[in-house]
Design a protein around this ligand. Structure first.
Ligand code: ADP
Ligand code: MG
Length: 295
């Protein structure tokens, strides 16, 4: 028998390395007319690495001590930034002490008790909320000007240092943004929890002008809802736990599979298994072709 068009489109998407979870999803993909892209792990490769280790003079910590504390607190986390920090400690041969009472806040950071000390690691904007004028702010801002993601380390609530982290843009990021712009008639929106400075730099490189930075998971949902209330059918592409609510709220959600969190993979309607961003416009086009054959 000949396969129905939507089923052969699913098989075809599979050959391109995209797992589309149902025929309904295969059909919905072709209706999309707006796209919201996550930054870290989606437009970037998602294998970030530590570039700077800056203990504050006031902390009395060495670079190795700062990194070791941060790595201990981040060890239980599956966030790409956490893996970068743990890897940096391992590469330097540091032993990573065990952590207790680990807690993570998506879009903000983690905290844990390490050798009796409370360590917090995360977004300077969130952790420095009540520390106006703190020297750590200038250190973080300097790193962000260079396009880094700055991560603050605090001991018992007091900032003790900043780590700078860099991530490579995916080779196919700009071409994918162009293809999605052509398919939908509007350029994708960048929705990221990262800082506005790093977000703006990356957006410029790929041809995105609408940048929403410093977003918590719920803010990503709000951004999607605003577009949908304006009559758009939004495709969200993301990889993190922080993207899961937006993936669920969107008309269609696609997760990046290789570095993606389990929650994002389960929540999304489709998964990019082969880790090629350029397959996203391809499956939208496949859906449109199949829909023309169905109706
Ligand atoms: P994105 O939306 O770009 O994928 P996230 O929402 O996952 O980024 O993270 C946003 C910001 O929250 C990060 O730039 C970082 O400052 C902070 N953050 C989140 N999780 C962690 C973590 N495990 N360790 C350190 N910082 C984190
Ligand atoms: Mg992400």
């Amino acid at each position: 028998a000949t396969m129905p068009p939507l089923l052969s489109a699913i098989a075809n998407a599979g050959r391109h390395g995209v797992l589309v979870k149902s025929a309904v999803v295969m059909e919905q993909l072709g209706q999309v007319d707006a796209v919201a892209l996550d930054k870290t792990g989606t437009l970037t490769e998602g294998t970030p690495y530590v570039t700077d280790i800056r203990p504050l003079v006031s902390s009395g910590l060495s670079e190795a001590e700062l990194l070791r504390l941060a790595a201990a607190a981040e060890h239980p986390s599956e966030h790409p930034l956490a893996r970068a920090i743990v890897d940096a400690a391992r590469i330097r041969g540091l032993d990573i002490p065990p952590a207790q009472d680990f807690a993570s806040t998506p879009g903000a950071g983690v905290s844990a008790r390490v050798q009796g000390r409370t360590v917090a690691v995360g977004s300077p904007a969130r952790l420095l909320d009540h520390h106006t004028g703190h020297p750590a702010i200038a250190v973080a801002a300097g790193l962000e000007e260079d396009g880094r993601t700055a991560v603050l380390v605090a001991l018992h609530g007091t900032p003790v240092g900043v780590l700078g982290i860099a991530d490579r843009l995916r080779e196919e990021a700009a071409a994918t943004v162009t293809a999605l712009t052509e398919l939908t008639g509007t350029a994708p929106v960048l929705v990221t929890g990262d800082n506005p400075r790093a977000a703006a730099r990356l957006a410029e490189e790929v041809g995105i002008t609408d940048v929403r930075a410093g977003l918590l998971p719920q803010d990503k949902v709000t951004a999607v809802q605003e577009l949908e209330q304006a009559g758009r059918k939004v495709l969200v592409v993301g990889d993190g736990v922080n993207d899961a609510p937006a993936l669920a709220a969107a008309h269609t959600g696609i997760a990046m599979g290789r570095a993606g969190s389990d929650l994002a993979l389960e929540t999304a309607d489709a998964v990019v298994v082969r880790d090629e961003l350029a397959t996203i416009p391809t499956v939208v086009a496949l859906s449109r072709r199949a829909r023309r054959l169905v109706v």
